[in-house]
Write a protein that binds this ligand. Structure first.
Ligand code: FMN
Length: 235
């Protein structure tokens, strides 16, 4: 019986050929079981041209198993946006604490298509859409009052109520254009690492890597993907 604990959970043996299938299943399980408030939260690390790293939490909106990328949304002029413009590489980590699992992905960044960004923007609540217009993310602002003023100004320009004004919510079918400085990113996976907590600190860990070759056309279309190669790593 005592030995059973050593086999509490581990990665498949042999390792699967497609790591993002398992990552997708973990993400779906974390979402379904709702054991943490934001199971789609991930830390996104970027680096500036001098190699200085920075990290922050963003929300994972989709794991696309084939061809293999993760989607998130942000302000293209933010600090992360500027860093990704200069150095289109990033790493993410998702930690599902209650499930004792960690997912790491490293890879290359392209912007989502305008159509995809439009569709996601249109699905957001009106306050979030207003906020995307009002906030110059990562820029300094003198006071909280000035931030409210910026929101009120954007609301006036877009003919929207000034929050908080839930009772005056605009007609949900009302179209609010997506700001040109806001949209999606795809993190194309070049390396994936899955980690499972084992008992007695004998965790299980494996890393997959593959090559990404930029597609010549159309620009920003993504990458041709090589086959994954997998290695178990010591924890
Ligand atoms: C739970 C959580 C979810 C967040 N989701 C996003 C997101 O999806 N996109 C985003 O731009 N910022 C998101 N943020 C805010 C970022 O962490 C960060 O403050 C902001 O993007 C500015 O980062 P930057 O100055 O490094 O660009 C989130 C923060 C938290 C705590």
């Amino acid at each position: 019986m005592r030995n059973m604990a050593w086999h509490r959970e581990h990665l498949p043996d042999p390792l699967p050929e497609e790591p993002l299938e398992l990552a997708h299943a973990w993400f779906a399980e974390a979402t379904r079981r709702a054991m943490q408030p934001n199971p789609n939260a991930m830390v996104l690390a970027t680096a500036d041209p001098a190699g200085h790293p920075s990290a922050r939490v963003v929300l994972c909106k989709q794991i696309v198993v084939r061809p293999g990328y993760i989607t998130f949304y942000s302000n293209y002029n933010s600090r992360k946006g500027r860093e990704l413009q200069a150095n289109a590489r990033a790493a993410i980590v998702m930690h599902w604490d209650a499930l004792h699992r960690q997912l790491r992905v490293e890879g290359r960044i392209v912007r989502a298509s305008a159509a995809d960004s439009d569709a996601y923007f249109a699905s957001r609540n009106w306050q979030s859409r207003l906020g995307a217009w009002a906030s110059q993310q990562s820029e300094p602002i003198a006071s909280r009052a000035d931030l409210y003023k910026a929101v009120a100004k954007a609301a006036l320009r877009l003919a929207l109520p000034v929050p908080p004004a839930d009772e005056q919510a605009p007609d949900p079918s009302r179209r609010i254009a997506r700001p040109p400085h806001w949209g999606g990113y795809q993190l194309w996976a070049e390396a994936v690492e899955l980690w499972v907590e084992g008992s007695a600190r004998i965790h299980d860990r494996a890393r997959w890597s593959r090559t990404l070759t930029p597609l010549a056309a159309p620009a920003g279309a993504g990458f041709a993907t090589g086959a994954w190669s997998a290695t178990r790593l010591q924890p």
